[in-house]
Design a protein around this ligand. Structure first.
Ligand code: G
Ligand code: MN
Length: 378
C-alpha cells in the first residue's frame, strides 16, 4: 500500500518527446495531473493559462532552456515551484538556478522515487502558497460583516425615524427652524451614537444616511413652509453621490435645508471637502458646523469651510450663567461669527438662566430642552 498523494497539476517541459512523456507518466502514476510543453514559449503560455502547481523543466532545450523559463516565471509567479533537470550538471548552472530560486536541481536520469518525492513536496508548497495568499486577501480585504450585525442593522432600519426639535429666535421664542434627530425603536433605548456604530460595523453608513434623508420630506410635511430644516450628516454621507443629486428627495427641498457636519466626525479628512460643500451650496443647501467648541478646536474649520451656521456645543452652554470664562469664550465666538457673517446657534439650553446669559453674550438663536424637547413632527 502506497501513501495517498495529494495530486497537483504538473507541467513537464522537455524538447525530447519520449523523455517528456516518460517523466509525465511516472508522475501520473502517483496521482498528479500532467501537461506537457516542448519549449519555453509553450510552457509560459500554459502557466499563464492558470492552474499549474509545479513545473519540471529540462535545462538544455535548444536556444532557450529551463534557466530562461525560470527567469521569466519568477516575477509574475513568484511562488510557483520550478524543478530543473539536466543531463549535464555544472556548477555554473547550479549557481544560476539557485540564484533564480529553483525549487530543486535534478541530475538526469532522475530516479523515480526521488522524482515523486520532490515533485510531491513542490505541489504541497504551491498549495501552501495559495492558502497563504487567500488568507492574506481575507485579512487585508474588505472585512466580512458578522451576520448578526447585518440582521440587527436591517431590524434597526425598520424602526428608524426622526423627531424634530425647535430652534428659536431669542428674545421672542419664535421657531425659526427644526433639527431632525435620529431615533430607532429597535433595539429599544439605542442612542443615535449606537445607531451610527451599528451602521458602521455593518458597512451600511451610506444606506443609513439615505434612509434618513429620504424620510425627511414626509416627516416635515406639517412644518410651516418658512421654518428651516436642519439635517445631520455623517462624514460618510459626503462620499455618497446621491447627496449631490438635485432630484433626490432632500435635494428637491435643498433651499430649506441646512446640513450639519459635526466636529466629532472626521469630515475634514474627506477628499476635496471644500469642493464638495461648494456643490452642496450650488444645490441650495446651507452648511452648519455642529458641536463647535469643547475640546474640538473647530475654529480652523470655520475659516476653511465657511459655514453659514455654527452650533455651539452644549458643553459650553451648560451652566454658563455661573461660569465667567465660558461667557467670555461665547462672547468672543459671537463677535467672530458676526464678523464672518455666520449665524450662531447655542445648543442644549436647559434653563432660563442659561438662556439669559447666552442672550447677554450676544447669542440670537437657541435650541434645547428649555424651549422644546425632540418630539414627533407636527
Ligand atoms: O450633536 P447634535 O446636535 O446632533 O445632538 C443633539 C443631541 O442632544 C440630540 O440627541 C438631542 O436629543 C440632545 N439634546 C437636545 N437638546 C438637549 C438639551 O437641552 N440637553 C441635553 N442634555 N441634550 C439635548
Ligand atoms: Mn446636530
Amino acid at each position: 500500500m502506497s501513501e495517498p498523494t495529494p495530486g497537483g497539476r504538473v507541467l513537464v517541459v522537455d524538447d525530447e518527446p519520449l523523455i517528456r512523456r516518460g517523466y509525465a507518466a511516472r508522475l501520473r502514476e502517483v496521482g498528479h495531473a500532467t501537461v506537457e510543453a516542448g519549449g519555453v514559449a509553450e510552457a509560459l503560455e500554459i502557466v499563464r493559462g492558470g492552474d499549474v502547481d509545479a513545473v519540471l523543466a529540462d535545462i538544455h532545450m535548444g536556444a532557450r532552456g529551463g534557466l530562461d523559463l525560470i527567469a521569466e516565471l519568477r516575477h509574475p509567479f513568484p511562488d510557483l515551484p520550478v524543478l530543473l533537470m539536466t543531463a549535464d550538471p555544472t556548477l555554473e548552472s547550479v549557481l544560476a538556478a539557485l540564484d533564480l530560486g529553483v525549487f530543486a536541481y535534478l541530475p538526469k536520469p532522475v530516479d523515480t522515487h526521488r522524482l515523486r518525492k520532490v515533485v510531491g513536496r513542490a505541489v504541497a508548497m504551491a498549495c501552501l502558497a495559495r492558502v497563504r495568499r487567500e488568507a492574506q486577501a481575507f485579512v487585508n480585504g474588505p472585512r466580512r460583516t458578522p451576520p448578526a450585525d447585518v440582521e440587527a442593522f436591517e431590524a434597526m432600519l425598520e424602526g428608524l425615524h426622526t423627531v424634530g426639535q425647535p430652534i428659536v429666535a431669542w428674545p421672542g421664542g419664535a421657531v425659526v427652524a427644526m433639527e431632525a434627530l435620529l431615533r430607532v425603536s429597535d433595539p429599544p433605548g439605542a442612542s443615535p451614537g449606537d445607531v451610527l456604530a451599528l451602521a458602521e460595523r455593518a458597512h451600511q453608513l451610506p444606506r443609513l444616511g439615505r434612509t434618513i434623508r429620504h424620510g425627511i420630506p414626509l416627516a416635515v410635511r406639517g412644518v410651516p413652509e418658512g421654518v428651516r430644516i436642519f439635517v445631520n450628516l455623517h462624514a460618510a454621507d459626503l462620499l455618497d453621490d446621491e447627496l449631490y443629486d438635485a432630484a433626490s428627495p432632500l435635494g428637491r427641498m435643498a433651499q430649506r435645508v441646512t446640513l450639519e457636519l459635526t466636529e466629532r466626525s472626521a469630515f475634514e479628512a474627506v477628499d476635496n471637502v471644500v469642493a464638495r460643500l461648494r456643490r452642496l451650496r450650488a444645490l441650495g443647501f446651507r452648511i452648519a458646523i455642529d458641536d463647535l467648541g469643547a475640546g474640538y478646536s473647530g475654529l480652523n474649520s470655520l475659516v476653511m469651510l465657511e459655514p453659514e451656521v455654527v452650533k455651539l456645543d452644549m458643553q459650553l452652554v451648560r451652566g454658563i450663567d455661573r461660569d465667567p470664562r465660558a461667557m467670555q469664550v461665547v462672547r468672543s465666538l459671537c463677535d467672530l461669527a458676526r464678523r464672518l457673517d455666520i449665524e450662531l446657534i447655542a445648543e442644549g439650553v436647559e434653563t432660563a438662566e442659561e438662556r439669559d446669559a447666552l442672550a447677554s453674550a450676544g447669542v440670537k438663536h437657541m435650541q434645547g430642552w428649555h424651549f422644546g424637547r425632540p418630539a414627533r413632527w407636527p
